[in-house]
Design a protein around this ligand. Structure first.
Ligand SMILES: N[C@@H](CCC(=O)N[C@@H](CS)C(=O)NCC(=O)O)C(=O)O
Length: 216
């Protein structure tokens, strides 16, 4: 197998790119990266990256010419090579998969009103109530999983569930969203984790500014 190529977009803005990047790093899988700048504006013709992935979106993982689209599918591929990316016990593994799926398909109000922007520091005053309700629900879920596992991450050791929530955690920082003490400590642990720190440092060095992500 040639080194897989992970197609990603701007680190500062691309929440979906961060998730499988973290999973591949945690799995110890060697891969190359191809960076594709996000378009300045949403195009009426649909997502920009049609030549890279059948979905037109990144992340996408090219494995010997076969393209695996979608963040969660790439994380699952990484977990096949390194099962330590999920909890060992079957029930905890099912719960962690449920957490990853909840993030993958949920929290639409928070996602659309508060785009990931690692560099920015704003406040939550312009966020609509539905987005803040999503944040409160996320906080409650984190607390329940942390209480069950005992931490330090959602299901004990770092897992794909933490990869899925890592970009969401940056939203609490960017928009100074109120959260519980437990959530705040969890966010700090996520941000201090070495691979996440590396991504953040690289994001801070990116120079592009996309107006559509700067106004929330
Ligand atoms: N459900 C997809 C979402 C991927 C996605 O929305 N990617 C964004 C970048 S963060 C994208 O490629 N946007 C390009 C466009 O909309 O033109 C996943 O989990 O990978």
């Amino acid at each position: 197998m040639a080194r897989p190529i992970l197609h990603i977009a701007d680190r500062n803005y691309s929440s979906w790119s961060l998730r499988p990047w973290l999973a591949l790093r945690h799995a110890g899988i060697e891969f190359d990266e191809a960076m594709h700048p996000l378009p300045e504006a949403v195009s009426p013709e649909g997502p920009a990256f049609r030549s890279i992935s059948p979905t037109g979106r990144v992340p996408a993982l090219d494995i010997d010419g076969v393209v695996i689209a979608d963040s969660l599918a790439i994380c699952e591929w990484a977990a096949e090579l390194n099962p330590g990316l999920w909890p060992e016990a079957r029930l905890e593994r099912a719960l962690a998969r449920s957490a990853a799926a909840i993030m993958h398909s949920g929290f639409a109000a928070l996602r659309s009103a508060a785009p990931v922007n690692i560099r920015r520091r704003s406040d939550s005053s312009r966020l609509p109530p539905a987005a803040l309700a999503d944040a409160a629900e996320m906080d409650a879920l984190w607390r329940s999983w942390l209480q069950r596992s005992g931490g330090p991450f959602l299901f004990g050791d770092w897992s794909i569930a933490d990869a899925m929530f890592a970009p969401a955690a940056t939203r609490f920082v960017t928009y100074a969203i109120d959260c519980s003490e437990e959530a705040s400590a969890y966010i700090a642990r996520l941000m201090e984790e070495p691979h996440m720190k590396e991504w953040i440092n690289l994001a801070l060095k990116e120079g592009r500014s996309l107006e559509r992500y700067e106004t929330a």
